[in-house]
Write a protein that binds this ligand. Structure first.
Ligand code: SF4
Length: 658
């Protein structure tokens, strides 16, 4: 029997479960009956995309609507990409195996800048024109969402529209607009004008950039009257964000293989390098009294054995101690674990450590970011060295063997002694740790700082590659100085070559479409994977941009910008104001500390994120949490029952490994 082409390709792919679909709780609707058909596209592999909580939330939120069908599309691994091309098959959705071009909306999640070439690869594999201007009425609307849309200019030519900010509400408004437009006989341009009416939707073709003689931006000219800037969308209350009742369960191991549960959105600690902290303001916590119920529901519907309590810093969730204690009392005996992806050192208490240790076995990650008190004041990461060392002591004392540190180099106002201090501080922590746990080991990751839009450091230059290499040499020298006895201290500087490109793409403007397209045409895609990243090709791509437009990598990534310079994302309004960010930048030079506004109105520094009526900080007090007692264990029946099970693999399951 001859198998249909796609079945054959899937079965012969390196990892068929990336493409097979049919997972538990996946939603498959009749596409022909849907008023609006969405493809949520993730420009990376299945296992990366299925670990993205926003992607998963939107999938279920859209499928809740009876008139909408939403399916998933991922970038195939190169073996599958080659096979699709050889067989002249278009990129297809996981659920119905429908070609990408058959959807009304293709919504890409833009999680980080190095995914841009992959977006182009997916469009071309789907048979969709790369440039928005070349698409016709029947082509899908190409939409972008996610953190990169706060400066989408480098890929503005390839997208019809972007969603700025949180997507849970706006996707429904886009669905309604699309359904209305489909009913009529309007042109593609009519659709774009309709979308531009929706708050938080940015249509780049309705803005024309103008440049100065020195290559800097002069202004954006709005082409639709009254459409001068685009204000981000924000969900005022996290309790209004429905968690999927039946979350999807991948058949293969994904990067984060657990039930995701968002307990807090936003972080107002005010770290000056942190984009996600600035763009997700204010802090909004989920009602702690709902957390266990949602977790139990999700566990029951999925069979997961671990819940990820998601937050930018889980230790900042004010009711974490009570919630964890009850959670473990109830679910610990069933071997259900939790993971807290990130913790700030000053939030690490003995109690929290002992709670986490009830299940967590792997290494413990701490992100001091900078190694001297002075540098931590510059970046407003107000943790003192004693807190850091105390946290590490606590972790080693609680029985962990491995602690992972994350530091950055190349931060504004950094001196050589700050770089050297990374090794000294880590060595100090290890020395103390060894006294508490002889197996103590510390891995130190060191990355080069990359300035991001909507942060106080958005005007600062990124250090050039040679400077990164010089700082790496300082680290090596300092390590040598330590001498023997520090075999368990592993300092691993990250490859800075990718960071420079990330910096340029994060801060650049529309002229960078030339670089993205050039790199793609030279074979780049999946650039976030070291084995696929090719620096030479990207350097060539930036050289081409410089030839065409007179500005290149140095201009975008390594140049200091002036206070009055028009930035490529000035027409995007993240509500945290530009004057506030500039003031914070000046504050960095004075090493001024800004407190966390989550704990009292009087601490508000008027960043602009809250309107105090609809959008405001939502933080619970530990006393708001009502302790939830553990249910009595179910009594086992006295008689024994023998069950004999036989299983086989049918349908899509034949594509899965044992
Ligand atoms: S407006 Fe005030 S309370 Fe709201 S996030 Fe900004 S600093 Fe915090």
């Amino acid at each position: 029997m001859q198998l249909p082409v796609l079945d054959r390709l899937i079965l012969s792919a390196q990892r068929p479960s990336r493409y097979a679909g049919g997972e538990l709780n996946a939603v498959r609707k009749d596409l022909t009956a849907a008023r609006v058909k969405w493809a949520l596209a993730f420009p990376d592999t299945y296992e990366v995309g299925m670990s993205n909580v926003g992607f998963r939330l939107l999938y279920h939120a859209l499928n809740e609507r009876p008139d909408v069908a939403c399916e998933r599309v991922f970038m195939p691994w190169p073996d599958m990409e080659r096979a699709l091309k050889a067989e002249r098959q278009p990129l297809f959705s996981i659920e119905s195996r429908a070609p990408l071009g058959a959807f009304d909306v293709v919504g890409f999640t833009l999680q980080f800048e190095l995914c841009y070439t992959t977006v182009l690869a997916m469009l071309e594999l789907g048979g969709i024109a790369l440039h928005a201007r070349d698409r016709e009425r029947e082509d899908p609307l190409i939409l972008g969402g996610g953190p990169c849309t706060y400066n989408p200019e480098p890929v503005a030519d390839f997208f019809d529209a972007f969603v700025i900010g949180e997507g849970e509400e706006v996707v429904h408004e886009i669905s309604d607009a699309m359904a209305d437009w489909k009913r009529g006989r309007g042109s593609r341009e009519d659709l774009l004008w309709l979308l531009a009416e929706i708050s938080g939707v940015y249509v780049p073709s309705l803005f024309r950039p103008h440049y100065n003689g020195d290559g800097t931006l002069r202004a954006y000219e709005p082409l639709k009257p009254g459409y001068d800037n685009v204000v981000r969308r924000v969900i005022p209350d996290l309790n209004l964000v429905p968690q999927a009742e039946k979350p999807i369960v991948p058949f293969m191991q994904t990067v984060h293989d657990r039930l995701p549960l968002e307990i807090q959105r936003g972080c107002t600690r005010g770290c000056r390098f942190c984009q996600v902290g600035m763009i997700t303001r204010p802090t909004r916590q989920r009602d702690p009294n709902d957390v266990r119920r949602i977790a139990e529901q999700g566990l029951e519907a999925t069979g997961y054995e671990e819940v990820g309590f998601l937050s930018l810093s889980a230790g900042d969730y004010s009711c974490i101690d009570g919630v964890l204690e009850d959670f473990f009392d109830e679910l610990g005996p069933e071997n259900i674990g939790i993971s807290l992806p990130s913790l700030r050192t000053e939030t690490m208490s003995e109690k929290l450590a002992s709670q986490i240790k009830r299940v967590r076995k792997s290494g413990f990650t701490v992100a001091p970011e900078a190694a001297t008190e002075r540098m931590r004041r510059v970046i407003n990461k107000g943790n003192a060295e004693k807190d850091l060392l105390h946290a590490v002591d606590t972790v080693f004392r609680a029985g962990w063997d491995l602690v992972k540190f994350y530091f950055m180099i190349g931060l504004p106002a950094e001196r050589d002694e700050d770089v050297r201090a990374i090794v000294k501080l880590s060595a100090d922590a290890l020395r103390r740790g060894k006294k508490l746990n002889p197996r103590a080991e510390i891995n130190v990751g060191v990355s080069t700082f990359c300035p991001k839009p909507f942060t106080p450091f958005q005007w600062d230059p990124m250090i050039p590659l040679e400077e990164t290499q010089r700082k790496h040499a300082l680290l090596r020298e300092e390590l040598r100085r330590l001498g023997r006895g520090y075999r368990d201290l592993h300092v691993k500087p990250h490859d800075a070559r990718q960071s420079a490109l990330e910096g340029a793409l994060a801060l650049g403007d529309r002229r960078l479409a030339t670089a993205v397209l050039h790199a793609y045409r030279r074979g780049q895609r999946l650039d976030g994977w070291t084995e696929h990243f090719n620096l030479d090709v990207w350097q060539e791509a930036f050289a081409e941009t410089e030839r065409r437009h007179g500005v290149g990598l140095r201009f975008f990534a390594h140049r200091e910008k002036g206070e009055r310079e028009t930035l490529p994302f000035d027409h995007i309004d993240c509500e945290v104001t530009k004057p506030y960010l500039w003031k914070a930048r000046m504050g960095a030079l004075r090493e001024a500390q800004v407190p966390d506004c989550a704990y009292g109105e009087e601490i508000c520094t008027a960043c602009g994120a809250c309107d105090y009526e609809v959008v405001d900080t939502i933080v619970y007090h530990p006393s708001d949490y009502r302790r939830q007692s553990a249910s009595a264990p179910e009594a086992l029946p006295a008689e024994r029952t023998f069950l004999r099970l036989r299983y086989g693999k049918e349908g899509v399951a034949v594509a899965l490994s044992h």
